[in-house]
Design a protein around this ligand. Structure first.
Ligand code: NDP
Length: 250
C-alpha cells in the first residue's frame, strides 16, 4: 500500500529528483526527505533564499549535494526550460524523477466574477508550466532506468467544487494530463506518471484556503511522506496512471 509504505534507508540512492516549489510547505519537506533517503535533489522554486535554506539543511544532514534552480513558473518560457534540460544533462547527467509540487491557490470566487488575470496566472503555474517542464525534461527522463513523474492534484481536481475556480480547473487538467501521458507511454515500461492528492495538510496554502481552521487538526507534510517516497522509489515500478489520495487524515 503506497500510503503506508515504510521506506528503507538508501531506497533513493543513485536517483536524481527534481522538486518544484521546494522552498516551502510540502515541497520543502519532500526535498529534505528525498535527500535523507539518498537522492540528489534539484531544488526548483520561485524564491532563491528559501531554496538556499533547504540546500543548507540538506548539507547539514550529510545528504548528497543538491542543486538550486530558481525559476518563476509564472513567467518561465519553454526556451528556459529546455536550457534547464541542457544544464541538468551537462552538470548532473541524469534525471530519474520530477515531483511537480509548486502551486498557487488564486481566488476563491464564483467563476462569474473570477479575475481573468488571476485565472491565467493560476493556470500557468499549476498546469501549463507543469506541462511545459515535463515535456522539456522528457528526453532525460526517458533515459532514466525507471523514470517517475509525480503531479500534485487536490480533491477539487477529482471533483470540481463551487468557488474553487481556476485552482480546481488547473488540478482537473493536471489529472487529465497524467492520464493522457500514461496512455501515450503505455509501451514505455521505464516511465510512469501518477498524481498525489495530499489532502488537507498544515501549510500556508491550506491556511489561506481555510482561515477559520485549527492548523493543529491537520496532518503535517512529514506525516504524508511515505507515499511521496514510494512513488519515487523502485517499489512503485508498475504503478501508473493513479491518483493516490492521502485524504482523510490517517
Ligand atoms: P505552499 O503555498 O506552502 O507552497 C507552495 C510552493 O510552490 C512554494 O514553495 C512556492 O514558492 C511554490 N510556487 C508558487 N508559485 C510559484 C511559481 N510561480 N514559481 C515557482 N514556484 C512557485 O503550498 P503547499 O505546500 O500547501 O502545496 C503544495 C502542493 O500541494 C500544491 O500543488 C497544492 O496545490 C497541493 N495541495 C496542497 C494541499 C494542502 O492542504 N496543503 C491540499 C491539496 C493539494 P515560494 O514560496 O518561493 O513562492
Amino acid at each position: 500500500d503506497i500510503r503506508h509504505f515504510v521506506p528503507t534507508a538508501g531506497c533513493l540512492n543513485d536517483k536524481v529528483i527534481l522538486v518544484t516549489g521546494a522552498g516551502e510547505g510540502i515541497g520543502r519537506v519532500a526535498a529534505l526527505t528525498y535527500a535523507r533517503y539518498g537522492a540528489t535533489v534539484l531544488l526548483l522554486g520561485r524564491t532563491a533564499s528559501k531554496l538556499e535554506s533547504v540546500y543548507d539543511e540538506i548539507e547539514q544532514m550529510g545528504g548528497r549535494q543538491p542543486a538550486m534552480l530558481p525559476m518563476n513558473l509564472e513567467g518561465a518560457s519553454y526556451a528556459e526550460m529546455q536550457q534547464l534540460e541542457g544544464l541538468i544533462n551537462k552538470e548532473v547527467g541524469q534525471l530519474d524523477g520530477i515531483l511537480h509540487n509548486a502551486g498557487m491557490l488564486g481566488s476563491l470566487t464564483p467563476l462569474e466574477m473570477y479575475d481573468i488575470d488571476i485565472f491565467a496566472q493560476v493556470m500557468k503555474v499549476n498546469f501549463t508550466a507543469t506541462f511545459m517542464l515535463t515535456q522539456a525534461l522528457l528526453p532525460l527522463l526517458k533515459d532514466a532506468n525507471q523514470g517517475s513523474i509525480v503531479f500534485t492534484s487536490s480533491s477539487v481536481g477529482t471533483h470540481p467544487r463551487a468557488f474553487w475556480g481556476a485552482y480546481a480547473l488547473s488540478k482537473q487538467a493536471v489529472e487529465g494530463m497524467s492520464d493522457i501521458f500514461t496512455q501515450e507511454t503505455q509501451n514505455t515500461t521505464r516511465l510512469r506518471f501518477n498524481c498525489i492528492n495530499p489532502g488537507g495538510t498544515r501549510t500556508n496554502m491550506r491556511a489561506h484556503a481555510y482561515p477559520g481552521e485549527n492548523p493543529m487538526s491537520l496532518k503535517t507534510p512529514e506525516d504524508i511522506m511515505s507515499a511521496y517516497v514510494c512513488l519515487m522509489s523502485n517499489e512503485s515500478i508498475g504503478v501508473r496512471g493513479q491518483v493516490v489520495e492521502l485524504q482523510p487524515k490517517d
